[in-house]
Ligand binder design. Sequence first.
Ligand SMILES: [Zn+2]
Length: 219
Amino acid sequence: MPFSYYARLTRAQQRVYRRSDEIGAVPLRAPAAAQPMVEALERALATGERGRVEAAAQLLLDRLTSALGVPPLRAEVLAARPSRDWGELHGLYTPAERGGRARVTLWMRTAQQRRVVGFRTFLRTLIHELCHHLDYELFALPDSFHTQGFYRRESSLIRQLVGGASRGNAALALDLVGAGRRGSRPAADCPARAQEEAASGGFSGEKEKMVQGVIPGME
Ligand SMILES: [Zn+2]
Protein backbone atom coordinates (compact mmCIF):
# COMPACT_ATOMS: atom_id res chain seq x y z
CA MET A 1 0.00 0.00 0.00
CA PRO A 2 1.67 3.23 -1.07
CA PHE A 3 1.34 6.37 1.01
CA SER A 4 -1.62 8.54 0.11
CA TYR A 5 0.36 11.16 -1.81
CA TYR A 6 1.14 8.45 -4.42
CA ALA A 7 -2.17 9.09 -6.13
CA ARG A 8 -1.18 12.68 -6.79
CA LEU A 9 2.19 11.91 -8.38
CA THR A 10 2.69 11.93 -12.12
CA ARG A 11 2.99 8.58 -13.91
CA ALA A 12 6.77 9.03 -14.12
CA GLN A 13 6.99 9.82 -10.41
CA GLN A 14 4.82 6.82 -9.59
CA ARG A 15 7.27 4.59 -11.46
CA VAL A 16 10.12 6.02 -9.36
CA TYR A 17 8.03 5.56 -6.22
CA ARG A 18 7.41 1.89 -7.03
CA ARG A 19 11.09 1.26 -7.72
CA SER A 20 11.94 2.91 -4.40
CA ASP A 21 9.31 0.86 -2.60
CA GLU A 22 10.76 -2.41 -3.89
CA ILE A 23 14.20 -1.93 -2.36
CA GLY A 24 13.93 -3.03 1.24
CA ALA A 25 17.49 -3.05 2.56
CA VAL A 26 20.96 -1.57 2.22
CA PRO A 27 23.39 -4.37 3.06
CA LEU A 28 26.72 -3.23 4.48
CA ARG A 29 29.56 -5.60 3.71
CA ALA A 30 31.34 -5.11 7.04
CA PRO A 31 29.02 -3.30 9.46
CA ALA A 32 31.37 -4.03 12.38
CA ALA A 33 33.97 -1.79 10.75
CA ALA A 34 31.65 1.19 11.26
CA GLN A 35 31.13 0.39 14.95
CA PRO A 36 34.00 2.54 16.25
CA MET A 37 32.65 5.53 14.31
CA VAL A 38 29.16 4.99 15.71
CA GLU A 39 30.51 4.80 19.25
CA ALA A 40 32.68 7.87 18.71
CA LEU A 41 29.63 9.77 17.51
CA GLU A 42 27.72 8.82 20.65
CA ARG A 43 30.61 9.98 22.83
CA ALA A 44 30.93 13.23 20.87
CA LEU A 45 27.22 13.95 21.23
CA ALA A 46 27.50 13.40 24.97
CA THR A 47 30.07 16.21 25.19
CA GLY A 48 27.60 18.63 23.63
CA GLU A 49 30.42 20.20 21.60
CA ARG A 50 29.25 20.99 18.09
CA GLY A 51 32.67 20.75 16.44
CA ARG A 52 33.32 17.30 17.87
CA VAL A 53 29.90 16.06 16.83
CA GLU A 54 30.44 17.36 13.31
CA ALA A 55 33.86 15.70 13.04
CA ALA A 56 32.46 12.40 14.32
CA ALA A 57 29.47 12.58 11.97
CA GLN A 58 31.88 13.23 9.09
CA LEU A 59 33.98 10.16 9.92
CA LEU A 60 30.88 7.95 10.10
CA LEU A 61 29.52 9.28 6.81
CA ASP A 62 32.94 8.84 5.18
CA ARG A 63 33.01 5.23 6.33
CA LEU A 64 29.50 4.49 5.10
CA THR A 65 29.77 6.23 1.73
CA SER A 66 33.11 4.54 1.07
CA ALA A 67 31.75 1.12 2.11
CA LEU A 68 28.77 1.60 -0.19
CA GLY A 69 30.87 2.96 -3.07
CA VAL A 70 29.01 6.26 -3.44
CA PRO A 71 30.42 9.80 -3.63
CA PRO A 72 31.32 11.32 -0.26
CA LEU A 73 29.02 13.57 1.70
CA ARG A 74 29.86 16.62 3.74
CA ALA A 75 28.56 16.62 7.31
CA GLU A 76 27.36 19.90 8.77
CA VAL A 77 26.18 19.94 12.37
CA LEU A 78 24.33 22.98 13.69
CA ALA A 79 23.05 23.86 17.13
CA ALA A 80 19.37 24.38 17.86
CA ARG A 81 16.82 23.00 15.44
CA PRO A 82 14.88 25.54 13.44
CA SER A 83 11.27 25.48 14.49
CA ARG A 84 8.03 27.02 13.45
CA ASP A 85 4.43 26.04 13.77
CA TRP A 86 5.10 22.85 11.80
CA GLY A 87 7.51 21.53 14.41
CA GLU A 88 11.28 21.16 14.52
CA LEU A 89 13.63 20.47 11.68
CA HIS A 90 15.92 17.47 12.33
CA GLY A 91 17.95 17.16 9.18
CA LEU A 92 18.48 18.31 5.65
CA TYR A 93 19.94 16.75 2.53
CA THR A 94 21.37 19.12 -0.04
CA PRO A 95 22.27 17.45 -3.35
CA ALA A 96 25.63 18.22 -4.94
CA GLU A 97 25.85 21.21 -7.21
CA ARG A 98 28.44 21.98 -9.88
CA GLY A 99 30.94 19.34 -8.93
CA GLY A 100 30.69 20.04 -5.21
CA ARG A 101 29.79 17.57 -2.52
CA ALA A 102 26.30 16.74 -1.44
CA ARG A 103 25.72 17.78 2.15
CA VAL A 104 23.93 16.42 5.18
CA THR A 105 22.92 19.02 7.77
CA LEU A 106 21.97 17.85 11.24
CA TRP A 107 20.73 19.79 14.26
CA MET A 108 21.98 18.59 17.62
CA ARG A 109 19.81 20.57 20.04
CA THR A 110 16.09 20.86 20.51
CA ALA A 111 14.52 24.16 19.53
CA GLN A 112 12.90 25.07 22.83
CA GLN A 113 15.03 23.64 25.62
CA ARG A 114 18.28 23.62 23.69
CA ARG A 115 18.90 20.15 25.02
CA VAL A 116 21.20 17.83 23.09
CA VAL A 117 18.98 15.39 21.18
CA GLY A 118 19.02 11.68 21.98
CA PHE A 119 21.70 9.63 20.28
CA ARG A 120 19.26 7.22 18.58
CA THR A 121 17.30 10.13 17.17
CA PHE A 122 20.45 11.87 15.97
CA LEU A 123 21.81 8.69 14.36
CA ARG A 124 18.49 7.93 12.70
CA THR A 125 18.36 11.42 11.23
CA LEU A 126 21.90 11.04 9.89
CA ILE A 127 21.00 7.69 8.31
CA HIS A 128 17.74 9.11 6.96
CA GLU A 129 19.60 11.86 5.10
CA LEU A 130 22.21 9.34 3.91
CA CYS A 131 19.33 7.30 2.47
CA HIS A 132 18.32 10.26 0.28
CA HIS A 133 21.90 10.30 -1.03
CA LEU A 134 21.75 6.55 -1.68
CA ASP A 135 18.52 6.92 -3.64
CA TYR A 136 20.36 9.11 -6.13
CA GLU A 137 23.85 7.65 -6.03
CA LEU A 138 23.41 3.96 -5.28
CA PHE A 139 19.99 3.18 -6.70
CA ALA A 140 20.10 5.83 -9.48
CA LEU A 141 16.56 6.97 -8.76
CA PRO A 142 15.71 10.34 -10.32
CA ASP A 143 13.74 11.36 -7.22
CA SER A 144 14.04 10.44 -3.58
CA PHE A 145 10.62 9.76 -2.15
CA HIS A 146 9.69 8.73 1.36
CA THR A 147 8.26 5.30 0.62
CA GLN A 148 7.84 2.30 2.87
CA GLY A 149 10.87 0.86 1.09
CA PHE A 150 12.80 4.04 1.96
CA TYR A 151 12.00 3.57 5.66
CA ARG A 152 12.89 -0.12 5.47
CA ARG A 153 16.27 0.80 4.01
CA GLU A 154 16.77 3.34 6.79
CA SER A 155 15.86 0.76 9.45
CA SER A 156 18.08 -1.87 7.86
CA LEU A 157 21.10 0.42 8.16
CA ILE A 158 20.24 1.34 11.75
CA ARG A 159 19.93 -2.33 12.69
CA GLN A 160 23.32 -3.10 11.16
CA LEU A 161 24.93 -0.20 12.99
CA VAL A 162 23.38 -0.43 16.45
CA GLY A 163 21.40 -3.67 16.40
CA GLY A 164 18.01 -4.19 17.90
CA ALA A 165 14.59 -3.82 16.41
CA SER A 166 13.44 -0.41 15.40
CA ARG A 167 10.97 1.24 17.69
CA GLY A 168 7.36 0.39 17.09
CA ASN A 169 5.73 3.72 17.64
CA ALA A 170 5.80 6.25 14.92
CA ALA A 171 6.88 9.77 15.67
CA LEU A 172 7.00 12.93 13.70
CA ALA A 173 10.21 13.87 12.03
CA LEU A 174 11.01 16.76 9.85
CA ASP A 175 13.51 17.21 7.19
CA LEU A 176 14.18 19.38 4.28
CA VAL A 177 15.81 18.82 0.97
CA GLY A 178 17.67 21.95 0.03
CA ALA A 179 17.47 23.84 -3.18
CA GLY A 180 15.89 20.90 -4.91
CA ARG A 181 18.36 20.66 -7.68
CA ARG A 182 20.72 17.86 -8.38
CA GLY A 183 22.14 18.44 -11.78
CA SER A 184 19.01 18.83 -13.79
CA ARG A 185 17.02 16.61 -11.49
CA PRO A 186 14.66 17.96 -8.91
CA ALA A 187 15.36 16.70 -5.41
CA ALA A 188 11.96 15.74 -4.26
CA ASP A 189 11.63 14.87 -0.65
CA CYS A 190 8.80 14.59 1.59
CA PRO A 191 5.89 12.32 2.20
CA ALA A 192 3.29 14.59 3.53
CA ARG A 193 3.46 18.18 2.64
CA ALA A 194 6.13 18.76 0.05
CA GLN A 195 5.33 15.71 -2.00
CA GLU A 196 1.79 16.91 -2.11
CA GLU A 197 3.23 20.15 -3.37
CA ALA A 198 5.38 18.21 -5.80
CA ALA A 199 2.35 16.36 -7.04
CA SER A 200 0.42 19.54 -7.52
CA GLY A 201 3.30 21.18 -9.35
CA GLY A 202 4.36 23.36 -6.46
CA PHE A 203 7.78 21.81 -6.01
CA SER A 204 9.66 24.18 -8.24
CA GLY A 205 13.18 23.09 -7.57
CA GLU A 206 14.58 26.51 -6.80
CA LYS A 207 12.78 27.21 -3.59
CA GLU A 208 13.45 25.25 -0.48
CA LYS A 209 10.47 23.34 0.62
CA MET A 210 9.67 22.30 4.11
CA VAL A 211 8.84 18.69 4.35
CA GLN A 212 7.25 16.77 7.08
CA GLY A 213 7.18 13.06 7.35
CA VAL A 214 6.33 10.29 9.70
CA ILE A 215 9.32 8.11 10.28
CA PRO A 216 8.24 4.76 11.71
CA GLY A 217 10.31 3.71 14.66
CA MET A 218 11.76 7.08 15.46
CA GLU A 219 11.86 7.85 19.12
ZN1 LIG B 1 13.62 12.83 4.11
